[in-house]
Design a protein around this ligand. Structure first.
Ligand code: CP3
Length: 348
């Protein structure tokens, strides 16, 4: 697909392709959300997953942070469990908790409840992406999905988990059941990402937020083949494919090798060290600690400078937080960081 020149040469897409744009692009994971009063007003009385089914609301919630912060990319407003729900799986998002599954998956019958997602299951997604792409003009829209491991962790545990004990028990205790589940979830991710790209999203991000809970050995054996399947399937679209997880310092090389074009880095590993860990140098995204948002500008500014300097060692750098925007963050601070990064001298 040929992109309009303003989009094709946007700072985000240039950096994601390993080129040097005139300024370092910046956006924030979970930039749409409770930190914005206009978000809270628009979402009033509408559940999270219900919101994802209303194209007009999805468009508004996706655009809010672009308007407010002037970030270099929009991320489609949805959730990692939304495609499952749209395909009839019983999952809900509890405010302040996260995805919750009434009947967790523990056996083959459970795995069979995860049925394939078709474009007609998520027709509202196609509609919302099309509308967004036309409204965003030269600002790229990032499509996203949850990676098989992170989505599986919610389905097997029944909700958020700290140790992923049941998920790991399934991996090691019944590897074929685990691989069957992860394979179905790879297909769900492929379907949801393809719908977004076909409708006009110009990059995709695969969130394996909780992969950092695994050893490299387990990651390689149980997770990497399934994430690699997702990246392989998306290759035909020729859009940058971004991969991100929290606490993945030990996994950066493997997550890169799974097929990412851009690797997201949390705040635990400096970007220059992250690039070394990738093996093959690639563009990176990150890595301001979200906790710094509450520390005052005197503390934030030198951190942003450090990240920009270290990011210069990568073939491309997209400025971001090391994880999502906390719900109680101050929007003015995020706006100030955006302007600061966009006007900073790009280190050679
Ligand atoms: O702005 C954006 O980044 C786009 C929207 C987005 C949401 N979820 C909306 C959302 C994205 C990219 C996600 C991905 C997502 N969802 C991930 C991966 C990213 C990450 O943070 O690691 C994960 C792990 C989830 C699962 C999930 N959904 C959690 C843990 C929560 C938080 C629960 C809470 O209330 O604190 C959600 C709910 C959710 N997804 C909200 C939003 C804006 C908050 C719900 C609300 O506003 O009512």
């Amino acid at each position: 697909m040929t992109l309009p020149p303003s989009l094709d040469r946007s700072a985000y897409l240039l950096a994601a392709r390993g080129e040097r744009p005139p300024h370092t692009p910046v956006w924030f994971m979970r930039q749409a959300g409770r930190a914005l009063p206009e978000y809270r007003a628009a979402r009033e009385g509408i559940s999270m997953l219900e919101s994802c089914m209303r194209p007009d609301l999805v468009v508004e919630l996706t655009l809010q942070p672009v308007r407010r912060y002037g970030v270099d990319a929009a991320i489609f407003f949805s959730d990692i469990v939304f495609p499952l729900q749209a395909a009839g799986f019983d999952v809900e998002i509890k405010p302040g908790v996260g995805p919750v599954v009434a009947e967790p998956i523990r056996d083959a019958a459970g795995v069979a409840r995860v049925r394939p997602v078709t474009p007609s299951d998520v027709s509202f997604t196609t509609e919302a992406v099309r509308q967004l792409v036309s409204e965003l003009g030269g600002t790229p829209l990032i499509g996203f999905a949850g990676a098989p491991f992170t989505v599986a962790s919610y389905l097997v545990e029944g909700g958020p988990s700290k140790d992923f004990a049941k998920t790991k028990a399934m991996m090691h205790g019944d590897p074929s059941l685990w691989h069957a589940l992860a394979d179905r979830l790879a297909d769900v991710a492929i379907a949801f990402l393809s719908v977004q790209v076909e409708a006009g999203a110009s990059a995709i991000q695969l969130f394996d937020s909780w992969a950092g809970g695994l050893s490299p050995r387990d990651y390689e054996r149980f997770v990497m083949p399934h994430s690699a399947k997702v990246f392989d399937a998306l290759k035909q679209y020729d859009v940058p494919r971004v991969h991100f997880g929290v606490n993945t310092g030990e996994l950066l090389g493997l997550m890169s090798a799974a097929g990412a074009d851009v690797v997201g880095v949390d705040w635990r590993v400096p970007l220059d060290e992250a690039v070394r860990r990738l093996g093959t140098p690639k563009p990176v995204q990150g890595n301001l600690d979200p906790a710094l948002l509450f520390a005052g500008w005197e503390a934030i500014e030198p951190e942003v400078d450090r990240i920009l300097a270290e990011g210069a060692s990568a073939p491309g750098h997209i400025f971001n937080l090391g994880h999502g925007v906390p719900p109680n963050a101050d929007p003015d601070v995020l706006q100030r960081i955006t302007k600061y990064v966009q006007s900073a001298h790009v280190p050679a």
